[in-house]
Design a protein around this ligand. Structure first.
Ligand code: 5CA
Ligand code: ZN
Length: 409
């Protein structure tokens, strides 16, 4: 499906450095070494509610990954899905008495508008679960025929025992996996499963629910993890550079996805690096659609908040930390934006020597956006008398801030 328009990324002098980033599966930092075309899959939204600050923070982190890669003169192949059929979407549509397809379309449209306003780079392939179904069915058939999946009352389950690398993405013990599985869409207590953790690949048609032709699987709809696997394999192949999402996706979603793909292909790994963003909270609790403690990007925009200030509010927090959204966070970002805009309008701006390299260094160091903001703050606070003036400096600074941080001054 259509993604959203790309904002221009200004060309910068020289070249950025390779990104060192925290990898969940090794629990340590790795230097990413993509080829000339860096490949990234970022899990997309389940469109039953509007984009909140937690979503925006996670997409901001992976937007930075791409901006660093582009600055190393690589191309980026970026794929994102939309989980436009799944239990939470169907439940919300039922609760509100609306058509689930209309709900998904409306919220996806709003997400596109939010991403555009925030200057997030669009994926080259933006694929809905529904449009991926013809590709999902043969994968599930193959897993079943290879003995990596089994039937339970018409539903097809993946056998985690089929992947010798199962558990290596999230590195959790069985008890923790069981708890998270129950919390995050799994059904560990369903009788008859070979392993309580086994996730569903194909759900047989239920009355009152949408279903599709599943070939030898019978009518039904896909499970959650196989959706992202089918889309990633189709557009990126095995061994792509980064799979990204919020930390709540490490288990079960990314763990199961890796196992599906590894069992399907006999190859390892699915993604070379798994990167997870921290959770944004509101009033002390993780912002989540199910709890309803949300601040929406679109609401702030409607209230007249500058999207560049929203983006600066996200950038002020390290992507791996869990943090709390408050009015104060936004107020500080608005003040910073005003300071930066005033600074680039100075006729006698101080020289910006070294600033571009400082921003590059900060981002290459596990996407340390707060450090990058600090470097720009210092330049904005400089009095022209200290290091001489340079009438080219405002241009250099605004291009660097735009290209590397996605903020238009
Ligand atoms: N459709 C699936 C992924 S395939 C899904 O998780 N959708 S979602 O709408 O629930 O979340 C979209 C992205 O936002 C995911 O990466 C998720 O980890 C992230 N996310 C959700 N809530 C928060 C939060 N409070 N803070 C940070 N990131 C969040
Ligand atoms: Zn996903």
């Amino acid at each position: 499906m259509y993604a959203w328009p790309a904002s221009e990324v200004p060309a910068l002098p020289g070249s950025g450095r390779d990104l060192r980033i925290h990898d969940t599966s090794t629990n340590g930092r790795v230097t990413l070494e993509p080829g000339p075309v860096a490949r990234i899959y970022v899990c997309g939204i389940t469109p039953y509610d509007a984009t909140h600050m937690g979503h925006a923070a996670t997409y901001n982190a992976f937007d930075l990954v791409q901006r660093v890669w582009l600055d190393t003169k690589r191309q980026v192949q970026y794929v994102q899905n939309v989980t436009d059929v799944d239990d939470p979407l169907l439940e919300r549509a039922r609760r509100d008495g609306v058509d689930w397809t209309g709900l998904a379309e409306r919220e996806t449209t709003l997400f596109r508008e939010d991403m555009t306003a925030l200057r997030m780079l669009p994926p080259q392939h933006y694929i809905g679960a529904v449009e991926a179904i013809p590709g999902i069915v043969p994968l599930v058939e193959r897993l079943r025929d290879a003995g990596a999946a089994y039937e339970l009352d018409g539903d097809i389950y993946f056998s985690v025992a089929a992947d010798p690398h199962f558990g290596e993405v999230s590195r959790l013990d069985t008890e923790a996996m069981r708890l998270l599985s129950a919390e995050r869409g799994g059904d560990p207590d369903r009788p008859g499963k070979k392993n309580p953790l086994d996730p569903v690949l194909w759900l047989a048609a239920r009355p009152g629910e949408p279903s599709w032709d599943g070939g030898t699987l019978g009518r039904g709809r896909p499970g959650w993890h196989i959706e992202c696997v089918a889309i990633a394999l189709d557009h990126l192949g095995m061994g792509f550079d980064v799979q990204g999402g919020g930390s709540d996706l490490a288990f079960p979603h990314h763990e199961m996805g890796a196992s599906h793909a590894q069992a399907l292909t006999g190859e390892h790994p699915f993604a070379r690096t798994y990167v997870h963003a921290g959770m944004v909270a509101l009033n002390g609790e993780k912002m989540s659609k199910s709890k309803g403690n949300l601040v929406f990007v679109s609401t702030l925009r409607r209230e007249g908040v500058d999207p560049a200030a929203i983006r600066l509010a996200l950038l002020a927090h390290h992507y791996r930390s869990d943090w709390e959204w408050t009015d104060e966070v936004l107020r500080e970002a608005e003040e910073r934006l005003a300071r930066w805009r005033a600074a680039v309008s100075r006729p006698d701006a101080p020289a910006a020597e070294g600033l571009l390299e400082e921003i590059r260094e900060a981002l290459a160091d596990d996407l340390d956006a707060p450090a990058a903001l600090g470097a720009v703050d210092r330049w904005a606070a400089l009095q022209d008398s200290t290091g001489g003036t340079d009438e080219g400096a405002p241009g250099v600074v605004s291009r660097a801030v735009d290209a590397l941080l996605g903020v238009a001054l």
